[in-house]
Structure formats: structure tokens, C-alpha cells
Design a protein around this ligand. Sequence first.
Ligand SMILES: [Fe+2]
Ligand SMILES: [Fe+2]
Length: 231
Amino acid sequence: MAQQNRPHIMLASLTLAGASRYPSALGHLVRTAALAAYLANVLELDDAEQERIYLVAPVHDIGKLGIPDDVLFKPASLTDAEHEIMQRHSNIGADLLAGTADPLLQMAASVARHHHEHFDGSGYPDGLAGEGVPLAARIVAVADAFDAMLEPRVYRPGMPEDNALQALADQSGRYFDPAVVDCFLKNVSRVRRIRAATEDLVQQYGDVSGVIRFYGGRGQSPGFFRHIQAL
Ligand SMILES: [Fe+2]
Ligand SMILES: [Fe+2]
């Protein structure tokens, strides 16, 4: 495989590693990435940047590999101390991805570190605000939150889509960049199509083959990325 595709291989491996931690995690990771790519597209970022965001988004939570089971899998809300432990996943993820000269992996590290920053500065780990939060992280934050709200958890059922959309609108300008939320709400039927196609990818091919297809396999430009761009 050509040298320039090594970052893709590494990101694909890390995506699988992250997904191995608990069942059904992969669906969330790749749906988040597909929705982030949709947002990058509606925001009219250039094509290469849209693709970079797609490629790095699945490793946003890779730092959860370093969170102890009793916190990560607690079937109830977390205590303050447990929250603090959980929040470490941002830094752990950034540390796992850091130290490379490769721009794609640098972007992955930045998204891992900053995807829980809030637009009003109330997030973590650095309390960055507004456009001080890297754009890719602002995009992944919205995609991640939406998909997470729709997913059932041990301690709660999945939220109805209308409520999740309302929650994004409510937190626009607080947690989330209003420009990104506006783009998300612009074409909800496209959001649905992209989410469903990405769900199918995992259902149809399973984790390993699904991830290979997500990253384009054999060093080609990601076929699935092109596929969802056209939806
Ligand atoms: Fe996270
Ligand atoms: Fe997530």
C-alpha cells in the first residue's frame, strides 16, 4: 500500500480498536463521521477538507480506551468524580494521536482533544470558545451529540428524532456553533438518508469489512465517502 495511505490504515485500526470496547460502538463512530462529512459539505468546505473531517471523526472518542469499565459502563448517571475521570478521554485520545508530522493525524488529535469544548467556553478540556475551537471539532461535536441522543443507552431509551433536533436548536450558541447547527437543520431528510446508509454499511458488512469500506480499502480514495456525498 502506498506510503501516503498509512494514516488511513492507522485511523482504520484505531477505529476498530475503539469499537472493540463495547458492542454497537462502531455504528455510532461511523454515523458520527458521515454526519460530520454532511456538515462539512453544507458548510461548503473544500472537498479535501470534507474528506479529512470524515476520515478523522471516527477516532474522536479513542481516549475511552483509557477509561475504567466501572465509569465507562456505569448504567446510571455519573458522580462528579466519575465525570472528571470520563472527561479525561479527550486528553487521552489526543495523546494517543499526537507526536506525528502527518497533518491528518494532527487533525485527528485536535478533534479528539476538542470535541467537548462548548461554543460559550463552558466545555472541556481547555475551555476554548467560539471560533477558538477548531472548526473540525465544532462540526464533530454537533454530529456526535445528535447521533448519541438517538442511540439507546443502558440507562435510557433513544431520544425521538424531533426531540434531538430540538435539543440541538436549544443548545445552539451555548454548546454548539450556531452556524453548524443551522447547517444540520437545513436538510434533515438528507441527514436521515446518510445516517441510514451508514447504519447499513455496518449491518451489511460487519465491523472489520465495514471499516475497510468506510476508509476506502486498498489505498483508494474512500468509496463510501463519495457514496454519502451523493445522497
Ligand atoms: Fe467524547
Ligand atoms: Fe461520541
